[in-house]
Design a protein around this ligand. Sequence first.
Ligand SMILES: Cc1cc2nc3c(=O)[nH]c(=O)nc-3n(C[C@H](O)[C@H](O)[C@H](O)COP(=O)(O)OP(=O)(O)OC[C@H]3O[C@@H](n4cnc5c(N)ncnc54)[C@H](O)[C@@H]3O)c2cc1C
Ligand code: SF4
Length: 600
Amino acid sequence: MPNITPAQVKSDYDVIVVGSGAAGGQTAYTLTMEGAKVLMLEAGRDYDPVQETPMFQTNGQAPLRAAGTPDKPFGFHDSTVDGGWQVPGEPYTSASDDPKRQFWWWRARMLGGRTNHWGRISLRNGPYDFKPRSRDGLGFDWPINYEDVAPYYDKVEMLIGVYGDNNGLENTPDSPAGVLQPPPALRAGERYTKHHARKLGIPVIPIHRAVLTQRLDPNVLPAKLHPGNAKAQRVLAQAMSERAACFWATNCGRGCAIRATYQSTTVHLPPALGTGNLDILSDAMGYRVLMNDAGKATGVSYIDRRDGREKEVRARVVVLAASSAESVRMLLNSKSARFPNGVANSSGLVGKYIMDTVGASLGGQIPALENLPLHNEDGAGGGHAYVPWWLYQEQLAGKLGFARGYHLEFMSGRQMPGAGTFSGLEWLGRGSYGKKFKEDARRYYGSFLGFAGRGEMIPNEDSFCDLDPVVKDKWGIPVLRFHWKWSEHETRQARHMQETAKALIEAMGGRVRQQPDADGADAIRPGGFIIHEVGGTIMGADAKKSVTNQWCQTWDVPNLFVTDGGPFVSNADKNPTLTIMALAWRAGDYIVDQLKKGNL
Ligand SMILES: Cc1cc2nc3c(=O)[nH]c(=O)nc-3n(C[C@H](O)[C@H](O)[C@H](O)COP(=O)(O)OP(=O)(O)OC[C@H]3O[C@@H](n4cnc5c(N)ncnc54)[C@H](O)[C@@H]3O)c2cc1C
Ligand code: SF4
């Protein structure tokens, strides 16, 4: 990417955007396409997936057959650079020694952030998801409705390209005709599950993922997305024509050199740069929001990671999009005599109500899928099907013992064998070696099915982050300290996920690998493990009870915005990134409008 150097930074930007992932990419895209001059700060290094993605390297060509290691948990080919749950020199701390009360914080220090290797599951929140408190009295309602966000879901889906279909299900919104890309065929295990799940009344439908199954139409979509804006249409048409359809070649986690997946680096940043309105400064670690005496933001100070020095950049508007917890960190670190508790924190709620997704899983083996004929099922990286939450009515009637739903993602198929693919066959027979082992491997390969539950967490008073009073990172910036607690709603839900997975496996005549945990507190994955952290700068209708308004604009500082997952008021079971992008686009439109009116 054509990044600038600190010496090339200009003095007259309309907006500084901190972060270049889903939120920063979308915000910068919206602003620059509408003519605003933007400087983007990115803490990580410059990164170009087209040049750097090893599309055709097999697992056998990698160390340890590409197995995961502590510094590469998702395997050798995962595209994350300088990131993971631990980033050298950039620690975070936990307020508790109890493993069940700790939070795992994933960061990707690279241009495009986590969008270079995320799972691409792109589900819309439904109408219930914006008003959860009205339904069950827990948590908070959003100050907006599904109808406020729906046009932005449409736009984001058309821009990034999302495959899937419409099923007319409760609180699982359909997209307008012509918006979604056709879904790929279900895999054998997914089809088999769908067939047997019917007996249990459980739906199995194509999942929605941000992967192109056909080329985007550069003659039609740009005009729909930017009506009346000839320049935006031109640069977007160019960027769209450079994206190819997926040819099911490799694992999307290593990124996609042909730009078939959504990554900020291949979808948002190229057209934004094409407008000539975007400058990107990477290796720039945002530290503090700079304020003037009138209480307005004037810019951002950052640590230049190349020389370790603190530098300043200025603009009329500042947007934090550094990922929800990191934006919290910047606000809390922006202390002054006027803002002793950090900027935009008059409510005292900066850092409060952080949420992750509830995660639990269970797998098994299906005899009917043994000895399948040879076939290629690599497909578009992850699953092609999922189970959307289906027990809304039972839950409303108080029959489940926990509030809020979950969906199940599939782990199935005959993808290229990696390290460990054929280990652990002993539980199916009595162990084998030599010829018998080969026969077992062929027999069982592709007959395993796993289900990963992904559920809604309700915000609670015990889950928040603040600044550690002692620990600083290698740049001398105070680090975050996490406080974490699952409530019984989440732990019971995790147990229910495992019970459902067991019921599905058994309905197929399969055997579960292990029984569901008796206690949901053992079933549930640690906080942060699912890497869907949101909250910390929640939005609301009341300045005393929230950090931002419905436009992601901080109540206290009108020209300071947060467009990552921080303003989320609830974290529906639907994976958050599509909603982050929809809200960022909505906030971007608002910023452009307010800039034109001279209000910022
Ligand atoms: C393995 C994996 C699978 C996932 N699967 C899914 C999925 O299927 N569906 C889904 O919806 N979500 C998924 N997610 C989550 C998804 O990646 C995030 O929700 C999304 O990327 C959040 O966007 P963001 O812009 O807030 O943060 P990021 O995409 O992380 O971008 C933040 C950027 O800001 C930069 N930054 C941070 N601090 C600073 C600073 N102080 N100054 C300057 N820059 C800074 C970072 O380096 C980074 O580039 C997954 C994540 C992972 C890791
Ligand atoms: S499976 Fe398709 S979308 Fe994923 S990396 Fe390979 S070509 Fe790209």
